[in-house]
Design a protein around this ligand. Structure first.
Ligand SMILES: Nc1ncnc2c1ncn2[C@@H]1O[C@H](COP(=O)(O)OP(=O)(O)OP(=O)(O)O)[C@@H](O)[C@H]1O
Ligand SMILES: [Mg+2]
Length: 345
């Protein structure tokens, strides 16, 4: 069984990479829909345009001669090996790309070029962001949590005791009422600090496991932020190291933060499963949604990047599925079959 030619057309159109068909003069003759999205032009604008307009201005003068050289010794090859290639979007914004070139016989008898363009903004930002930064921030959180709990909360507790003693020595009703107010304020403060410390380093994670830690976090979201999270979590602790559990917890926490801050709906759902040697997780909402593809171009969003980077630390990945008006689904996939040393955080 072989594909019909309309299937080839569909493959071209639906390719997740931008594809440009460029003639011997450097004119774009066909562009698929991802190319239109990546470069921010309509099809009829791209088709007929010189491909030189899609490269940064400083390489434009040489681009023509590169093209000539390529068409003389045309072969399938990646472009600019070892170089950080950049392309230019409509409006002048540059973004990092990987490009592969393949020669093809053009209908005019000349050799044309198929250029496949992949946007690697996300990969580049992940590299720049680096696992080191995450590890450092995790250590810092642990230190702050410890200080808040052991030092600040303890000191405040001592102040509470001294207030109690003072109360026994004072008679006047008015003074008593003031002391009472101060005590209530202090108690709230201690409570607040404990909550912050828990958020920084959830104690349940070590004692009772991932599900309990998530339960306690979602209780806080319900009470504090009015967002109800339906938790459907398999027992996966045994497949993860302590660090692995913390990483998974952080990814879900970050995804839920986004629901609270951006989705505009009071419900979300978290599903975590262990199946066929993988842990899969889904954090989803039916809220406002967005175009994930646009984020990389606009350079926004450390939260999603952090999630991705954390998943990579476990040898896995995070994918975001979202569309305006259609909610958001963050999918997490972590292989756990092989006993592995997990990068410590
Ligand atoms: N569940 C969601 N619903 C709607 N929009 C979302 C959702 N999750 C993410 N977004 C969109 O994606 C953007 C990027 O999210 P990301 O978590 O990376 O950054 P952020 O939340 O804006 O900032 P932070 O770095 O503090 O997390 C958000 O600004 C928001 O526009
Ligand atoms: Mg966020």
């Amino acid at each position: 069984m072989s594909l019909q030619s309309q299937n080839y057309q569909a493959i071209f159109e639906r390719s997740p990479d931008g594809i440009l068909l460029v003639d011997a003069e450097g004119v774009i003759r066909e562009a698929n829909s991802m190319a239109q999205q990546l470069f921010g032009y309509q099809r009829d604008e791209l088709e007929g345009m010189s491909v030189d307009r899609l490269v940064p201005p400083h390489v434009r003068p040489d681009h023509g001669s590169h093209r000539d050289r390529y068409s003389r010794a045309a072969a399938v090859r990646p472009m600019g090996i070892g170089m950080e290639l950049r392309a230019v979007r409509n409006g002048g914004i540059e973004f990092p790309v990987e490009i592969s070139l393949a020669p093809i016989d053009g209908p005019d008898g000349n050799t044309w070029t198929v250029a496949t363009v992949r946007d690697v903004s996300l990969q580049k930002r992940l590299r720049d962001f680096g696992a080191g930064a995450l590890r450092a921030s995790e250590e810092e959180r642990a230190r702050i949590a410890r200080d808040l709990h052991d030092d600040t909360a303890q000191r405040l507790a001592t102040v509470l005791v001294r207030l109690r003693l003072l109360e026994n020595e004072i008679e006047a009703d008015e003074a008593m009422a003031r002391i009472d107010e101060i005590r209530t304020a202090l108690q709230d403060t201690v409570e607040g600090i404990r909550r912050i410390a828990r958020g920084l380093r959830p104690p349940e994670l070590e004692d009772a496991g991932l599900e309990s830690a998530l339960r306690s976090h979602t209780r806080m979201l319900r009470e504090g932020r009015g967002v109800d999270v339906l938790l459907d979590v398999h027992a996966v602790d045994e497949y993860l190291t302590q660090d692995g559990r913390l990483i998974l917890y952080r990814i879900v926490q970050e995804a839920l933060n986004n629901v609270v801050r951006h989705a505009g709906v009071p419900q979300a759902r978290v599903t975590i499963r262990h199946e066929d040697g993988r842990i899969t997780g889904i954090v989803e909402d039916q809220g406002t949604g967005f175009f994930p593809q646009h984020l990389a171009l606009e350079g926004r969003g450390l939260g999603l990047l952090g999630m991705q980077e954390r998943a990579v630390m476990l040898g896995g990945s995070v994918a975001v599925e979202s569309l305006p008006g259609q909610g958001t689904r963050v999918r997490l996939d972590i292989p756990v079959e092989i006993e592995r040393e997990v990068g410590s955080v």
